[in-house]
Design a protein around this ligand. Structure first.
Ligand code: FES
Length: 145
């Protein structure tokens, strides 16, 4: 059994050219659009390249396809999470984005980009120009997953 890191609060780390590492000191709940539980854990790696054969989870296909995603970002919709607590709930929208709810800190691995949100739509098709956030590109490129 692999040892998982201890988290403080809820976090989503955008790995450069790789998945979204979602962690929590309570729980990360991954569910489908009908709120059916997919996985409950303290850490999950979710695909954001769009190519995983095990969606919504990363299966390392990002390496095979040469996925390129700069890790730094600007968030124009930062929200305060002060005094908030609770699970990190991630709803996998069919053929669309990851819808995140719960107090969460989203950051780049370098630590240069960081924001806090109560809600966020994160890209999982690999085509957003505003990664790690969704910009609606899944519709244009006909993402299926
Ligand atoms: S990010 Fe790893 S398979 Fe898509």
């Amino acid at each position: 059994m692999s040892e998982k890191p201890a988290y403080s609060g809820n976090t989503v780390m955008a790995r450069p050219d790789g998945p979204l590492i979602c962690g929590s000191d309570t729980a990360v709940v991954v569910q489908d659009a009908e709120a059916k539980l997919i996985r409950r854990d303290v850490e999950v790696a979710l695909c954001r390249c769009g190519a995983s054969n095990n969606k919504p989870f990363c299966d390392a296909s990002h390496k095979r396809i040469g996925f390129s995603a700069g890790q730094e970002f600007i968030d124009e919709r930062e929200e305060s999470i002060a005094g908030q607590s609770g699970e990190l709930v991630i709803t996998v929208k069919a053929n669309a984005m990851l819808s995140v709810s719960g107090p969460v800190t989203i950051f780049s691995r370098s630590g240069e980009s960081v924001t806090t949100r109560m809600r966020a739509a994160l890209c999982r098709c690999g085509h957003s120009a505003k990664k790690p956030f969704c910009d609606g590109s899944h519709k244009k490129m006909g993402f299926v997953g």
